[in-house]
Ligand binder design. Structure first.
Ligand code: NIG
Ligand code: FE
Length: 406
């Protein structure tokens, strides 16, 4: 068997089956062709010596709102002075502040502001990135944002997965008419976005300051009718029954979940819906109600982890810090944190057949780390031990430069 490339003299944290110490991994046509003990490695055209470092699957940030314009540092200051996230949202700030900035930015300007954030994630070994819309809230602006998100995947070495989050907040044009907005979203926006091929999944914000479970359900029905999988911002600030709802639609994931109760946990377990935990938002909002990690673990709900990168609740562009926070704040094990950013994150995106673990046939997405053991990834804060990233078999430096025109 001849391979295109062999990455040898590495320890493999496969995240599917046991680790392989002193291993090697071979690539053909962008996919993993073989992996095993170094001594048994096949011949390859190009050989990369990993220097005895650890190789993991490329990391997957499965929940971000990373494409947006503007800053909300003013709200950060207001919250430090006692205002709550919900107070700010009700006063017309919050998500709406970012909607105003995003609507008035050109697609080029949106990318100019967003690409440095993407580059920060890529430097930490991220090879797959989910990007949500939801700061446009009218058809043209949502299409602009999703188009910019797709463009990120062309400009940068990362696989981008897009999610339509039109039901993120009620735009001012529909003030007091949330059901009319949901009607319009299901009738006009969603089909147009789907038709343009701009969404891989559909999400909603089910919350007192977002949309009701009944409204989210209508969005889900419309999404499923178009063949799109669903996920939900659920039980972040209160228990709205969102996890059970998304499980009923065989959703990919329920995300946040600080206020998740027993019924939601049972429904997720039965449906195979992934719990996406977002410690950056919990930390940044100074939340005190942790998600029910022990209960999720006990019934075997897969737990993914993500940055939730967004300007209001989680201006976080470090997936490694998200791993540390999940361990420190919620007692995930470092191994669970790594699984949360690899194999379970892939499942939360419906991409587990192609990425998320080191297995023959999967895309050759790797990160090479200068660490003594995998737990070091979740242990250190602010150190980036990434030494090489491989996207579909193509090696690159962790630090990527921004495209010229940006
Ligand atoms: O995931 N909760 C809703 N969406 C984001 C926050 C968006 C914002 O405040 O801009 C979140 O936390
Ligand atoms: Fe979010």
């Amino acid at each position: 068997m001849d391979c295109d490339a062999l990455f040898t003299n590495v320890h493999l944290a496969c995240m599917a089956g046991p680790d392989i110490v002193d291993g090697a991994i071979a690539v053909r046509a962008g996919r993993i062709a073989w992996l095993g003990p170094r001594a048994q490695a096949p011949a390859a055209t190009v050989v990369h010596d990993g220097g005895g470092r650890w190789l993991t699957p490329g990391l997957i940030d499965c929940h971000t709102h990373i494409v947006y314009a503007g800053s909300r540092a003013d709200e950060f200051e207001a919250r430090l002075n006692g205002a709550s996230y919900e107070d700010i949202a009700r006063a017309g700030g919050g998500i709406m502040a970012t909607v105003r900035a995003t609507r008035s930015a050109s697609a080029h300007e949106l990318l100019r502001q967003s690409l440095p954030r993407v580059a920060a994630l890529l430097a930490e070994g991220v090879t797959t990135l989910e990007i949500k819309s939801g700061y446009g809230l009218d058809l043209a602006s949502e299409i602009k944002l999703l188009g910019a998100a797709r463009r990120v995947g062309q400009l940068m070495p990362v696989e981008v997965v897009t999610t339509f989050l039109g039901a993120h907040a009620l735009p001012p044009e529909f003030a007091g008419r949330a059901d009319d907005y949901i009607d319009m979203l299901c009738r006009d926006m969603l089909p147009a976005v789907a038709q343009a091929g701009l969404a891989d999944a559909v999400d909603a914000f089910c919350e007192r300051i977002g949309f009701s479970a009944a409204q989210a359900e209508r969005v889900f029905a419309a999404a499923r009718a178009l063949g799109l999988p669903v996920k939900l911002h659920a039980e972040q600030l209160s228990d709205q029954g969102g996890a059970a709802l998304v499980a009923r639609f065989k959703g990919l994931s329920a995300d946040h979940l600080e206020h998740l109760g027993a019924a939601g946990i049972a429904a997720m377990a039965a449906a195979g819906t992934v719990a996406v935990l977002l410690p950056g938002a919990y930390y940044f909002l100074r939340d005190t109600q942790p998600p029910p990690v022990a209960a999720l673990r006990q019934v075997g709900v897969p737990m993914a982890l993500a940055t939730d990168c967004n300007p209001g609740t989680s201006p976080l562009t470090s997936i490694l810090l998200a791993m540390n926070m999940a361990c420190t704040l919620w007692r995930l094990t470092p191994r669970e944190a790594l699984a949360g950013c690899t194999v379970h994150a892939a499942r939360a995106l419906g991409r587990h057949a192609t990425t998320g673990s080191l297995e023959v046939g999967k895309r050759a997405d790797f990160a090479l780390w200068d660490i003594a053991r995998p737990a070091d990834l979740a242990y250190a804060m602010g150190l980036n031990p990434c030494r090489m990233v491989v996207n579909a078999g193509v090696p690159r430096e962790p630090v990527v430069s921004l495209p010229d025109q940006y």
